[in-house]
Design a protein around this ligand. Sequence first.
Ligand code: AMP
Length: 541
Amino acid sequence: MKGLMMDFPLTTHAILEYGNRVFPHKEIVTKLPNGSWHRYHFSDLYIRAKQLASALVHSLGVQPGDRVATFAWNHYQHVELYYGIPGAGAICHTLNVRLSVEQIIFIVNHAEAKIIFIDATLVPLFEKVAPYTTGVKKYVLLNAPENFNTSLTDTILYEDLLKESRPDYQWYPSDENDACGLCYTSGTTGNPKGALYSHRSTYLHALALLMPNAANLSVRDRVLLIVPQFHVMAWGFPYVCILSGSDMILPSLHLQPDAIIQILEQEKITVANGVPTIWLGVYDAMKKNPPKEKLALREYVVGGSALPPSLIEAFEKDFGIKGVHAWGMTETSPIGTASRLQNIHDNLTDHEKLAVRAKQGIELPGVEIRAVMEDGSIAPRDGETVGEFEIRGAWIIKSYYKYHDNHLSFSEDGWFKTGDVGTLDAQGYMNISDRSKDLIKSGGEWISSVALEIALMAHPEIKEACVIAIPDEKWVERPLACVVFRNENIVSKEALNAFLGEHFASYQLPDQYIGMNEIPKTSVGKLNKKELRRRWAEGEL
Ligand code: AMP
C-alpha cells in the first residue's frame, strides 16, 4: 500500500521559493573581482534568478536538459545561475577555472555546452579554449567593465540579458529526478568524468549537510563560501545557506589569507568552508598578525584532503576556533561524512578527542559506507581492518555522465567504489589512510602517505608536507617526503626521522626528504602527487 502523502518535488527552485518566503531579508554579500562590495537579499536573488530563467528560455532559446556552463568565481551572479539555469529546465554545468586548457576543452566539448556565463577576469583564459570549443554559441559576460574587449564572438552582458526577461515567468516544472547540475572530477587520473546531480539529490544533500551533526548552520550564521562554486557546487553551500536562512558571503577571487581574514573580520563570519591548504595559510597569517578583536568565526568546515590534527589543535588553542572535518568527492555531491565529538567521548583525554576529530567522521543520514577488503569481504567496524570504502545513498552517483567504463567504478551490487582506503571503527567513524593509488607498498607492507604527511606537519618547523612512493629495486616502493619549512631552519633527515620514529616503524620512515618553496597543488588546492611523481621520474626534483 502506498502512503497517502503529497508528491512535493524536491527541486532547487523549491529551495529558493522557501528562502524567499521565509528569509527574504537575509543577506548575500559579495566582494567582487574589482574589490568593490555588493550586498542584496534573498528576495533580490529570487527575483533575478527568475528573470535569468525567463531570459534563458525566451531570449536564448534554452531547452530542457541543455547544459549551460559557468566559468566564474564565487559571487551573487553565480548563485543566480545556480537557481536560474535549473529553473529554466537546463543543467548548471560549472567549469573549473584552474584546470589546464586541454582539460577545459575536453570538458566543454564532452558536455556540449552551447552557452557559457563567464567572468570578465577569466575571459583571457577562455580565449585560449574557444578556438577548440566551437559548439559554444553564446558568451554571457559577468562583471565586465565598460568598453570591455574580447576575441570571443557573440557576447552579451549579463545585465542586458536579464532585461530581456518576462515578468510572468513560471519555473520550468522539473521532475525532482531531472538533472540540475553537472561537475567534472579534476581528472587526476585520465580525463575528467562528469557527475550529473539531480534536483532531488541536491535538495537532500543540502538538508543533511545543514544538520547539527554536519555543518550545523542556522538563521544566526553568516557563512563565508571559500570553496569555489566551480568545485562540486561549493560543497552544496549555496543551497544549504538558503535552506538554513544563513547569510551568504562570497569572496570571488579574493582568496589570499589576508583577504580572507579581512572578510572574516568585517563581515563577522561565523562559519566558513575550505580545503586544508586555505586554513594552513589563514592560520599562519593570523599567527603573524593576530586580529585585534576575537573573530566571530566559531567553526571552519574542512574537506578535500585530510585535516592535520596539529592544525585543529593550533587554531583552537591560539584563536578558539574549531575545525570540523568532513569527507566527500565530486561523485558524492560531495559530503558523505563529518566528524564531531559525541557524549560517548566525554571521558577521553584531550589527545584522544583530537584523534576522533581528525578522523573523517560518521555517515550523514541518507548515505551508507562500507570498507571492502581485497578478498571482497566486508571489513569489520573495528578501527583496524583496512578496506576500500564503498558508498551508496540518495546523493551518490549511479553512473558517470556519457561514460563507457562505468562498471569499473561500481561493485556488482551497485555501490560506488571511492578509491579511498582506511578503516571504520565501532562508533562508525571513517579514518582514511590514503587514496588506494597513493598508498606506498614497501617490501610487501603498506605505508600510509597521509599518516606520514600529518605527522610531519605536526613538526614546528614544517609548514607543509607531501609524501609519494618512488620506485626502489629492493623494496619495490619507498616513501619520499617533500617538505616546505616554515622559516629558514632546515631540519635534517635524521632529526625528522627521529621525530617520526615515535609513531612509525623504521621501515615506514622516508628514505629521502626534499625541501621545496611550495608543494604543487591541483586545480582544487590539493597536494598534487601526480605532478611530484612526474617531476621525480623526469629528474626535476
Ligand atoms: P574531489 O572529487 O576532487 O573532491 O576529490 C575527492 C577525494 O578527495 C576523495 O576521494 C579523497 O581522496 C579526498 N578527500 C576528500 N575529503 C577528504 C578528507 N576529509 N580527508 C582525506 N581525503 C579527503
